[in-house]
Design a protein around this ligand. Structure first.
Ligand SMILES: Nc1ncnc2c1ncn2[C@@H]1O[C@H](COP(=O)(O)OP(=O)(O)OP(=O)(O)O)[C@@H](O)[C@H]1O
Length: 305
């Protein structure tokens, strides 16, 4: 059982602040590191793995700094985002290479076991260059499983996977979690994180924007002001009615097509307001579209709140 702790960690590259004063306590189980592109997730994972020194602050596992401690590297497995592998090696040779580099006591058995865990035995003797994206992802995972790390770090592990490969990878990560491992994976896809992570850490523009289980993160999102576009049988009338509603912050007619742009305070209440108004006043709703549901808007809200 290993706790990964980041204390006041920052990292900059020249003038670019990639990670800005982050504190995190990551416990055994699956944690999702969620954030848009460029948020600093890869930089964070590299620091967690001890590959990259923080500019300031410390990363520790069970109290010992990871950077510069060979003993700690033995406990960590990092699956990087890069797809380029040694294409001329077979999957088996690649995993074995890592077993040898890690100095595991019985590299042949460890290699076979790791390959079996990711269900790649049938393709183990094929060259990596012939693998699909999902297979490459699995062989990368096998290559870090050879030394049986207590902490497994995965950068965008579901990238390019089809639904079956995705389910398989999720099952694999669940299995590690059940064996008491600490797993951190990065993603910019909300649903991916929701499906598998017990704990979610949201990172935006290098800052730690939110932390909690998925229900807590969702609540932060749904409690924020929401924007919608509405079209109905009498837009002008509905806009006037909406302005009298306490849950509505603003409503205006869009000049181009007279559709109504609405900002509502509370998603839960607003969901009841529209059908009630339509029923009471005999209006027919033709369209109701959320206009700020992109991940970016959710993130920027979390960061600015
Ligand atoms: N070696 C580097 N030199 C200069 N800037 C860098 C370097 N590595 C990362 N950055 C910058 O640091 C910031 C964070 O990058 P990082 O790759 O950690 O984010 P990310 O969340 O993993 O993004 P993505 O999902 O796109 O990989 C970005 O602005 C990036 O351009």
């Amino acid at each position: 059982m290993s706790d990964l702790v980041l204390a006041e960690v920052s990292r900059w590259y020249g003038n670019v602040v990639a990670v800005n004063d982050i504190n995190m306590h990551i416990r055994p189980g699956i944690t999702g590191l969620l954030g848009p592109n460029g948020a600093g997730k890869s930089t964070l994972l590299s620091m967690m793995a001890g590959l990259l020194p923080p500019s300031t602050g410390t990363v520790t596992i069970d109290g010992t700094p990871v950077r510069g401690h060979v003993r700690m590297y033995r406990q960590i497995g990092l699956v990087p985002v890069q797809e380029s592998l040694y294409d001329f090696l077979t999957g088996e040779q690649f995993v074995r290479l890592n077993a040898d580099l890690q100095g595991v006591p019985d590299p042949a058995t460890a290699t076979a076991h790791a390959i079996a865990q990711v269900e790649m035995a049938p393709a183990a003797n094929r060259r990596i260059g012939t693998y699909s994206k999902g297979m490459k992802q699995r062989i990368k995972v096998a290559s870090v499983l050879v030394h049986d790390p207590a902490v497994l770090l995965l950068d965008e592990p579901f990238n390019g996977m089809d639904p079956i490969q995705r389910r398989h990878m999720m099952g694999l990560l669940h299995g590690f979690a059940q064996r008491g491992r600490t797993i951190v994976f990065s993603s910019h896809i909300l649903e991916e994180v929701e499906q598998i992570a017990r704990q979610v850490e949201v990172v935006v523009a290098g800052r730690h924007a939110a932390s909690g289980d998925f229900a807590q993160i969702r609540r932060m999102m749904t409690d924020r002001p929401n924007q919608y576009l509405i079209r109905c049988s009498d837009n002008r009338r509905l806009a006037a009615l909406l302005l009298t509603e306490p849950s509505v912050r603003g409503a205006r007619l869009r000049s181009a097509d007279q559709a109504i742009e609405v900002e509502a305070d509370d998603f839960g209440r607003f969901a009841h307001v529209i059908p009630n108004l339509a029923r009471q006043h005999g209006l027919r709703i033709l369209e109701l579209t959320p206009t700020d549901e992109s991940l970016e808007s959710v993130f920027s809200y979390l960061v600015n709140s």
